[in-house]
Design a protein around this ligand. Structure first.
Ligand SMILES: CC(C)(COP(=O)(O)OP(=O)(O)OC[C@H]1O[C@@H](n2cnc3c(N)ncnc32)[C@H](O)[C@@H]1OP(=O)(O)O)[C@@H](O)C(=O)NCCC(=O)NCCS
Length: 177
């Protein structure tokens, strides 16, 4: 799926575990700050295992895992975890520091949300964001997401419980932010 310019979303495949693990390693500090999973993802074997299970969930119709590409280079990751019964999807995303601040993450997350609504007929797409992660809330706000509320101690990062905001977008709200 092209994102304009030389950017694209492509299905995340385990054969790119090596560059994926390297990108995670280069961004370890900033990922660890906001992402509960980041501490467990260290090295190429862990990356391959994670990408393999994401691909299995894709085959089962419960996840859309995507690499964010820029000029043919792996730049970040975005995924849409689908809950078929409620026709809703939960987004996860991050972008390498070298690729931030130029709209790439916004384009990638927007395209994945639109894919969920247009192709998977989702009635709700959400993002759960640690309170204080201003770049992430700015991103979803730009796309038209609205704040549902705060989950107290909604995630544990590096052993510490922290509050999270739940943001959501319904069909028809794209670009309304
Ligand atoms: C959250 C995260 C993905 C946001 O990335 P980002 O770099 O802010 O997002 P973008 O690449 O879309 O950049 C937006 C910026 O690019 C600018 N920009 C430049 N060209 C743009 C364009 N064509 N379209 C949109 N924005 C553009 C925007 O003005 C904005 O700048 P500002 O922040 O100074 O206002 C990133 O900070 C990250 O990976 N953080 C670590 C992991 C994380 O927190 N993940 C989310 C967990 S919920």
């Amino acid at each position: 799926m092209t994102l304009g310019g030389d950017a694209a979303l492509r299905l995340a495949e385990p054969r790119l575990a090596q560059p994926f693990a390297e990108l995670v390693a280069r961004n370890r500090e900033r990922l660890d700050r906001w992402e509960a999973w980041a501490g467990d993802l260290s090295g190429v074997d862990a990356a391959r295992a994670m990408l393999t299970s994401e691909l299995q969930r894709f085959a089962a119709g419960t996840t859309v895992p995507a690499f964010v590409m820029s000029h043919g280079q792996l730049a970040g990751y975005a995924s849409l975890r689908v809950e078929p019964v409620n026709r809703s999807g939960a987004l996860g995303y991050w972008i390498g520091a070298d690729f931030g601040g130029r709209g790439l993450a916004t384009a990638a997350v927007g395209a994945l949300a639109r894919f969920g609504v247009d192709e998977l007929a989702l009635v709700r797409v959400s993002a759960t964001i640690a309170v204080g992660n201003v770049r992430s809330t700015a991103l979803v706000r730009r796309l038209g997401f609205r704040l549902d509320g705060v989950l107290r101690s909604g995630q544990v990062v590096r052993g510490a419980p922290g509050d999270v905001e739940v943001w959501s977008l319904l069909p028809g709200e794209f670009g309304s932010g």
